[in-house]
Design a protein around this ligand. Structure first.
Ligand SMILES: CC(C)(COP(=O)(O)OP(=O)(O)OC[C@H]1O[C@@H](n2cnc3c(N)ncnc32)[C@H](O)[C@@H]1OP(=O)(O)O)[C@@H](O)C(=O)NCCC(=O)NCCS
Length: 86
């Protein structure tokens, strides 16, 4: 909560069990979470995915997240930072 600013929530890690992947479970959880965060007054949700992970990229685009233009380079991969307004 409140990262990188007061009105933004940051999702650090998100995955669903392989047995329920592609059944709508992930989208349901994220939409429920976003509805709750909006209710308590948050304005944005932010997260990062590893560049070149099409599964994650498609999922977050489908759920309304857009690239912010910010990226972080680590030793082994690049993180794309994306955000959704609430
Ligand atoms: C990415 C993930 C969180 C999505 O959760 P989910 O419960 O499968 O999500 P939903 O069923 O609501 O959404 C399915 C969408 O996810 C993406 N997706 C899921 N599995 C995929 C796969 N094997 N290949 C490509 N895209 C995939 C697609 O965009 C798909 O949309 P579509 O139905 O229009 O094709 C989940 O598949 C997962 O945990 N994957 C493994 C770990 C991972 O990559 N995590 C990302 C961390 S940033």
């Amino acid at each position: 909560m409140a990262y990188p600013d007061e009105l933004t929530a940051f999702i650090g890690f998100f995955m669903t069990d392989v047995s329920v992947q592609n059944t709508g479970m992930g989208s349901k959880i994220i939409n429920g979470l976003c509805a709750y965060l909006a209710r308590i007054g948050m304005v944005n949700v932010r997260l990062g995915w590893v560049k070149g992970n099409p599964q994650a990229e498609h999922f977050w685009h489908k759920n309304g997240f857009k690239e912010t233009g910010v990226t972080y380079d680590t030793e082994n991969y690049t993180v794309i930072v994306a955000q959704r307004g609430l």
